[in-house]
Write a protein that binds this ligand. Structure first.
Ligand code: ZN
Length: 418
């Protein structure tokens, strides 16, 4: 059977500046504490359901006790999501204001191979029922986990599906600010965004008298506009916020200062202060100048503000004493980003935190491999936007540290301090 065709996304029209900005509307966001487990997994890009530790039954919707044996031993487990699409429908009228502006909206009833039957949002590429589909969990505009049925195989214009795009932050046709284009990571991120179809990339650079290698090539790209931006200077951030704050759809904060050593190997606080000034206060300055304008544009039709990405570090989870003060500045930034996330959520703007392991740059020269290349990190950032996840841990080292941290933060602390 031929699946329905997904029309390719068309570049959004320029907005009439006289039209008022739409009020940010969110889909229903109330969840029980048990149901937040689905959201927590979706934030990492996983589809998990509770599975009974006593009888093995898979549960849906999330609950406190097993629907079959009433055991309270329910554990979240990753699911394949494979199942049969039994029936489909399209909603043409809704009392919910969010969906009323977005009808028609497709839904499907899916019987999972794992047992439960679920009602899910339906990707336009799914063949008519009965057919095989794969359920994935995504965060919706309110930041809560929801289920979306995908076709088993890739279809043309897969990412252009209107309903999927409501739940992700795909950079295609969007305007992006990358706060520091002078680093290898910043330049890789700019290139990856252009490859993913970004319309325009504003690239910030501090200290314009120091031009790094390959900067001229970046400048020559037609999508790129270079702009002076110094995150240690409140006036510089304010000025740029005034110029482009109301136009940025995606902000990617790649600016960071990274010095080696912990406490005893250095005297004074200058290096630590420089790290905090960019890694923590720089984020705070950006959030104050760009946050309100982006939050107000989170519902602004097809060309709405959609995501804020922070380049953190796996060292934010647990201090790595060889890079001790850097770790501390990233931990501070992580905490602030959680505040930012809570404040941006009512506007439907997603805050994405990226926790790479050691990056293959000059500050990690003394560390043995494996190290993450700037290109691999940039790819992870773009994929996080396309999938709309909240937290991403790119590379083997970050994945391993995350697993150890989830198992026991104390054990990881001891292992890192050897
Ligand atoms: Zn049970």
């Amino acid at each position: 059977m031929i699946p329905p065709q997904i029309p390719p996304l068309i570049r959004p029209q320029r907005k009439n500046p006289i039209l008022r900005t739409r009020q940010p509307l969110l889909p229903p966001w109330a969840r029980s504490r048990a149901a937040l487990g689905l959201t927590a997994a979706a934030a990492l890009g996983r589809f998990e359901l509770q599975s009974c530790g006593d009888c093995g039954a898979v549960q849906y919707p999330p609950r406190e006790a097993c629907h079959r044996c009433l055991s309270d031993q329910l554990r979240w487990r990753e699911q394949s999501g494979l199942g049969d699409l039994i029936s489909t429908t399209a909603v043409h009228h809704s009392h919910d204001l969010f969906f009323r502006e977005r009808v028609p909206w497709r839904l499907g009833l899916v019987r999972l191979d794992a047992g439960p039957t679920v009602v899910a949002h339906l990707h336009g590429g799914c063949a008519p029922a009965p057919s095989r589909v794969r359920i994935g969990a995504r965060l919706d505009k309110s930041g809560q986990g929801v289920l979306l049925a995908f076709p088993i195989d890739e279809v043309p214009n897969m990412a252009d599906d209107r309903q999927l795009r409501e739940m992700t932050c795909d950079p295609k046709f969007r305007k992006v600010l990358v706060t520091d284009g002078k680093t290898a990571v910043g330049q890789s991120v700019v290139r990856a965004l252009i490859a993913a179809g970004a319309d325009l990339v504003w690239v910030g650079y501090a200290e314009p008298w120091k031009k790094p290698p390959h900067f001229a090539e970046l400048e020559a790209l037609p999508q790129v506009t270079l702009l002076p931006l110094d995150l240690t200077d409140s006036r510089s951030v304010k000025q740029l916020g005034g110029e482009i704050g109301g136009k940025v759809d995606i902000l990617i904060n790649t600016a960071e200062v990274h010095r080696t050593y912990g406490i005893a190997a250095r005297s004074g606080v200058e290096a630590a202060r420089a790290e905090m000034d960019v890694n923590y206060f720089g984020l705070l300055r950006l959030a104050q100048e760009f946050g309100p304008a982006m939050r107000a544009r989170g519902a602004d039709g097809e060309s709405s503000a959609t995501a804020w990405v922070n380049l953190l570090s796996i060292y934010a989870l647990s201090n790595y004493p060889a890079h001790g003060t850097y770790s501390a500045s990233k931990a501070a930034a992580l905490s602030l980003s959680q505040c930012l996330r809570a404040e941006m959520r009512p506007g439907g703007v997603r805050v994405i935190n990226v926790f790479p392991g050691p990056i293959d740059d000059e500050w990690n020269q003394l560390l043995p491999p494996p190290k993450l290349t700037p290109a691999a990190l940039a790819k992870a950032v773009v994929n996080a936007l396309k999938d709309g996840v909240e937290d991403v841990y790119p590379g083997d080292v970050a994945q391993e540290w995350l697993a150890r941290w989830e198992e026991s933060p104390k054990t990881l602390e001891r292992e890192l301090s050897l």
